[in-house]
Design a binder for this molecule. Sequence first.
Ligand code: 8Y4
Length: 339
Amino acid sequence: MRDFLLRPICEAGAGGDGMTLAGGPVRFHKVETVSVNRDSRKLPLKSVAPDALATFAAPRAPMAGVAFDRPQVMGVLNVTPDSFSDGRPGESVGEAAQRGLDMAEAGAAFIDVGGESTRPGARPVSPAEELERVLPVIERMVASGLSVPISIDTRNASTARAAIEAGAAIWNDVSALSHDPDSLALAASLSCPVVLMHAQGDPRTMQDAPTYRHALIEVYAWLEARIAACAEAGVAPERVIVDPGIGFGKMGAHNLQLLAGLAAFHGLGRPLMVGASRKRFIGALTGVDEPCARLAGSLGAALAAAGQGAHILRVHDVAETLAALTVWSAASGFGEERR
Ligand code: 8Y4
């Protein structure tokens, strides 16, 4: 198992020298070593292997037509009647679809539709029930001319297949195609991007004292191995988006280590997605029990992730996150572009 990583040290507004980080607005001028048992060291770029630097710096190709030259926002559209954070009991298909259209109008680059609550301790719903929730909403948004790609948040191959047939463009799987034995083969038969997210354990038990020797190194190594396993099964790495899975089998300190070390994941050479919005570690840091009241803390997490070159921020509050990114970008001297 890997016990060593490199992490680009990001300095917003540091000017035109150094290298661009993964094709985005952030630059880096040094790289730090991350190791399980040795102290971190800061290395000048001239003493880092050129191929490692090239992987950190290379622009990431667009996915589903969305460019990654700036942080993009993915709006969360939960259609779980029981979701404790933004579920709407009794909401109609039309109302749910309208929420998606509104998020696109507000500037979301993707809409992530999910019908199974994966919150800690949640009981799984059957794939049939999940599909019954998401499919009508996807069909309605497509029929209404939604202008941005839909991502389908599911661990089930049958749900993913039907959603993609109905027009979804990305498969977001919190089990990284490991939950359903049919998922790898289905993904191989498709041509859409897939989000491989790290989780330790399954949603029902994942928060029962998760442990790591070093969360950043272990999550990185796991994603690296998963990319290889997917490639073996016929899912080209070029279709993969990686995500460290904030809150999925992690204690507060693990989540913070992942966010603080986030730029290391650019070593995987893939677009990087992060979902911190409204999660429990934010509530714990800020003393806010109610998930809906965690906006301010969530914006802090979003800007921290953007500062380490995250390409996709999965958030509940699209307009607010975009406003924060606009000011962050302008105040960081990222130039003429709006963000
Ligand atoms: C309050 C509100 C507290 C929401 C917790 C939550 C991710 C994801 C989720 C993520 C990717 C959630 C489907 C969990 N999180 N997909 N999905 N990355 N790729 N919890 O971080 O939002 S659901």
